[in-house]
Design a protein around this ligand. Structure first.
Ligand SMILES: [Zn+2]
Length: 177
């Protein structure tokens, strides 16, 4: 969990945006895969969020090997499932992620995309990923500022819109294995 990330999620919660975590967890199908360990990591994430009064509305993860399913990002299976189960419009969602796979998944369902400029050398974000992004942010707090500014410009921050038209944030960065 990066500094300020929990507080940024809390800001989204506060304005009524639903937050969805969508992550690839391929290691779970490998020899070291341990569902109990994953559950512990997730519980820790939720505790760190709760310290700042933040929460995730729902989380999805793909435990499958590469090429064996439709949910592993850049596949859009998890996003489509979230939309189906929670009744929102993917064209009104914002995908925030630090990899090309995050942005490709968002693009493929017509969502807006924000690339997080990750500093780590393993990031697959970069020149090719930024081409897919509607905006680029240094970190999750910066991405949330962009989202809130966009809502303000559209006059939507305080609008009493129904849950079906609430944007959803897929913060692929928050939990990474
Ligand atoms: Zn999968």
């Amino acid at each position: 969990m990066l500094p300020g990330a929990a507080r940024a999620v809390a800001q989204l919660n506060a304005v009524g945006l639903r937050t969805v975590l969508v992550s690839n967890q391929r290691w779970l199908s490998g020899p070291t895969g341990d569902p109990a360990c994953f559950a512990a990591i997730h519980a820790r994430l939720e505790r760190l969020l709760a310290v700042e009064g933040a929460w995730l509305d729902v989380s999805y993860y793909c435990p499958h090997a590469i090429g064996s399913c439709e949910c592993r990002k850049p596949g859009s299976g998890m996003l489509r499932r979230a939309a189906r189960e929670y009744g929102f419009n993917l064209a009104q969602t914002v995908i925030v992620g630090d990899t090309q796979a995050d942005l490709e998944a968002g693009r493929s369902v017509g969502a807006a995309t924000i690339l997080l400029r990750a500093d780590n050398v393993n990031s697959t974000g970069g020149a090719s990923a930024s081409v897919l992004a509607d905006a680029v942010a240094d970190d999750l707090p910066a991405a949330v500022r962009i989202i809130l500014q966009t809502l303000d410009q559209a006059g939507l921050r305080h609008a009493k819109v129904g849950p079906a038209v609430m944007p959803v944030i897929s913060a692929g960065l928050v939990l990474q294995q």
